[in-house]
Write a protein that binds this ligand. Sequence first.
Ligand code: GLN
Length: 551
Amino acid sequence: MKTSKHNPKTKFIFITGGVLSSLGKGLAAASIGALLESRGLTITLQKLDPYINVDPGTMNPFQHGEVYVTDDGAETDLDLGHYERYTGAKLGQKHNYTSGRIYYSVITKERQGKYLGGTVQVIPHITDEIKKAINQLDGDADVAIVEIGGTIGDIESLPFLEAIRQFRLDVGRENTIYIHVTWVPYLKAAGEVKTKPTQHSVKELRAIGIQPDILLCRTETQLSLELKSKISLFCNVPTDAVITAQDVESIYEVPLRFHEEGLDKKILELLNVWTGAPRIEPWQELVRKIKNPSHRVLIGIIGKYVDLKESYKSLHEALVHGGVANDAQVELRYVHAEELEEKSAAELLSGCHGILVPGGFGSRGVKGKIKGITYARENKIPFFGICLGMQLAVVEFARTAGMKDANSNEFTADTKHPVIYLMKEWFDHRTNKKQVRDESSEMGGTLRLGSYPCKLHKNTFAYEAYGQDEINERHRHRYEFNGEFRDKLVKNGLIISGVSPDDTLVEIVELKDHPWFLGCQFHPEFQSSPMRPHPLFRNFIRAGLEFSRKS
Ligand code: GLN
């Protein structure tokens, strides 16, 4: 398919990265979104990832960071989490494409004979498919921000860069801008800031036909006018489009710093868009709160991927938001679940004002997680179990209620009490279809994914937090609470505070005679943002603060 020249309803901002990875391209895209939104524009965002996996669903979070789940059940790159946290944009399947997904659809069409015997090539077939993916955003918002993953110079990102180069030709200069995020290091030995890596990166970009309009220079210190002029001259970008992206204490400062540097003004000038002044007060207020908390609370997180904060990105942020809502700084102690199997819970968890067991897959560290749950339950320390954390809280409870061999079928088939099991068939309220799966179903294809409604029962921690009868939360799991044991567990004191509208699926469990003990089958962290802290995280942190005052 050829994408013809057209006049788009939406303006497009393309963001590329140079020199090295981890420069914060995703945060830059999200912050630009926040600033444009604060000027009254509607925005949408998209991430194009050059790797071959069709989506990040099957990727190890240790390698790639968290898998972020959207309302429509897309398993996406964690940058979409930043986008949704910083802006009001609602994202889904069409906002994250990988090379794998693009190739998959081209190859499928080729097999169906749709190319009528023609030779299928990277240019134009792959690039057309990429442009088609980008063009889906046209009309969705005033501005679309499209981030290209990877670093300039990578072989695998070339088709994406070629596609965005062509895109300007298709829709016109005034409808597109290219922003390049680059690194300007400070060399201690020389006592100097170096611009050469940036020069090379821009040279590389120009070699493939893209002249950046704006450079976002990641630095430790503010760039002097002199340095900006030097970069301007060598990179062929006006001085006022050379923007300092200085390291900041809190990631929520980024929009403010960009604004001080004149970035939003420059973008609008280049896109020929007129708006009022931005309303950045809420961001100023947020940063003020984050930087001057009155209280402190220590939360222990018992996990598997403890070494890599990226694997729990949204969770980490949701806890920060919970802190903001309580005027508290949330300190995290990452506790390795396997270490907890060896050592005493008191040794690793004492001093924590709250204990959280996040989502996870596989049996490694499960014993340690259960040990941590017992410790939280017995010592009446606020406890929050998310997805696997909720399932293990149910297992732990069942074991103390006399079902000694209680377990999840994820870890053993050999139990008389599979309190967490694989539902073979269920009615999917989101898609209005019956879903079927068994142990041999394909990985990735059988998860309960995306947003599902949940009814809350009154006089529970859950109801107290949300203050409403029905909520919608995002899921990503295969196993479920086994209804066969529901009555027995309830008789023994387990509170079921959230269920699917037809009452078949248990979504939230709690304990009474405990200051705050709640496990939810969904992932609330995906819907928390600094401006709208999630009610469960807000109340968990509040319970932690109350615990800290008593201890
Ligand atoms: N492994 C569990 C399941 O598949 C929990 C998944 C999760 O925590 N996201 O149901």
